[in-house]
Design a protein around this ligand. Structure first.
Ligand SMILES: *[C@@H]1O[C@H](CO)[C@@H](O)[C@H](O)[C@H]1NC(C)=O
Ligand SMILES: *[C@@H]1O[C@H](CO)[C@@H](O)[C@H](O)[C@H]1NC(C)=O
Ligand SMILES: *[C@@H]1O[C@H](CO)[C@@H](O)[C@H](O)[C@H]1NC(C)=O
Length: 189
């Protein structure tokens, strides 16, 4: 049994007994074919299985919100671990701005500018509902700073925005939680 599988079984032994058989290979962090991103955290039904959508924000930037807000996309690609959109401008997912002291998180959005990149590995996981093998974006680093995770948080207009939570962050705002999420890849069909 692969170590990652064993760890998954141990970690989830209390909750779910089943766990799919993960492939043994290491997936590439370049994905040239388009995909969409589905957000998962089964403990939070209000965000579970919603999609990462784009919201035009001036200068070619696209801000990221959970569906149904904004425009759906399945044209995302992964270039050296960086979420990239090629049209109409070449923009990349970055982490910068709107830092919030209360929960110690920073916004993730897409831009053509040179802000610190959000860098991911691709990993296999088990879909929490169907137990099917899925590919996931496993957060690796904000530019050169390793660790941390991506979370989604309620914001204006009954929307949820995407944020970065740094390694070891203990700040937690129960009235406005930034919920840690799995980012599952959904290939364009
Ligand atoms: C969605 O896409 C359309 C067409 O490009 C655009 O006019 C509209 O502003 C976009 N909506 C948002 C919220 O980004
Ligand atoms: C907030 O994040 C920084 C890293 O950006 C970390 O050093 C600090 O410990 C965090 N604060 C809390 C309360 O976790
Ligand atoms: C769900 O969110 C909570 C709160 O952020 C987090 O502690 C937990 O690890 C998340 N579960 C998954 C499967 O991501």
């Amino acid at each position: 049994m692969p170590t990652s599988h064993l760890r998954l079984l141990l970690a989830s032994a209390a909750a779910v007994v089943t766990a799919c058989d993960l492939p043994g290979d290491v997936p590439s962090n370049n994905i040239p074919d388009g995909f969409a991103v589905q957000v998962q955290n089964a403990s939070y039904p209000e965000i579970h299985n919603r999609m990462m959508n784009l919201w035009e924000s001036g200068g070619g930037d696209q801000h990221l919100f959970l569906s149904p807000a904004g425009n759906a996309t399945s044209a995302l690609t992964l270039v050296g671990g960086i979420i990239t959109l090629n049209e109409p401008l070449l923009i990349r997912a970055v982490i910068n701005g709107e830092y919030e002291p209360a929960d110690n998180t920073t916004k993730m959005f897409m831009t053509e500018r040179g802000d610190p990149r959000a860098i991911y590995d691709v990993a296999y996981g088990c879909n929490p509902d169907t137990d099917a093998v899925q590919s996931e974006l496993a957060f690796r680093a904000r530019d050169v700073l390793e660790g941390g995770h991506i979370c989604v948080r309620p914001t204006s207009g009954d929307r949820h925005e995407f944020r970065y939570s740094p390694p070891g962050n203990t700040a937690w705002t129960p009235d406005r939680p930034c919920i840690q999420v799995t980012l599952a890849l959904v290939p364009a069909s």
